[in-house]
Design a protein around this ligand. Sequence first.
Ligand code: MTE
Ligand code: MO
Length: 257
Amino acid sequence: MFKPKRIQLLDEPAVVKAALQALPQPSRRLFLQRGLSLGGLALLTGCTLTDEDSAEQALMRVSRFNDKVQAWLFDPNKLAPTYPESMITRPFPFNAYYGIEDVPKVDGSRYVLELSGMIADKRPWTLEQLHRLPQVSQVTRHICVEGWSAIGKWGGVPFATFLKRIGADLTAKYVGFKCADDYYTSIDMPTALHPQTQLTLTYDGQTLPAQYGYPMKLRIPTKLGYKNPKHITAIYVTNVYPGGYWEDQGYNWFGGS
Ligand SMILES: Nc1nc2c(c(=O)[nH]1)N[C@H]1C(S)=C(S)[C@@H](COP(=O)(O)O)O[C@H]1N2
Ligand SMILES: [Mo]
């Protein structure tokens, strides 16, 4: 019988420690109760760790397991906290994988939002058409993994309204986003349909400023900052795992806040 060999090259305590930090609280507690070992980690995550695995690959697999746990725990009816306007952070921080001088300059009059994948009506949308849909607003907290958070006010169209309007297949697994910079990300369908997930056109009652994602971004208060794509140019619906700019470099894909 084939029996996978235990990892030789791996720094076992370091991998277990890093994996533990990647796990959400309930499974972390379970794991601590069971004792810390790579064997236990393999049992818990269903990942067989062989000596062909690098520590990095092992952690990636634990992170994918973590996606599943977070998806199970995600309550589609639970709302992220909202705040009074007096608590808005001013000025609101800018963040991207580049400096503010490199923010993409998008011409709103020429802008079109492209649609593809499991969507019945793939006709592209202009900004004007998006503004004509029913608008809502929210004052919520944006939390960045880099260690800061800030409260802001975003206005736009509930994303669920938009997805239904275009005839997106709501049983599909993922919604993916391409941006005017080289950024890209993707989210699970339950999060896409969450009542606070918003196709955002305004910030603080004004047209969305360039640095915060003009002409359109996705605001998801139930997820960390990197899951909130700015300058969206294309949206697609798919069952094929799309990854993301930071996710493909090791950030956890589910990215719940
Ligand atoms: N297109 C694009 N979207 C992006 C990013 C980016 O670099 N490009 N950075 C993400 C990260 S890590 C954060 S914290 C937020 C920052 O949004 P803000 O500039 O509105 O604070 O945008 C997210 N969306
Ligand atoms: Mo971030």
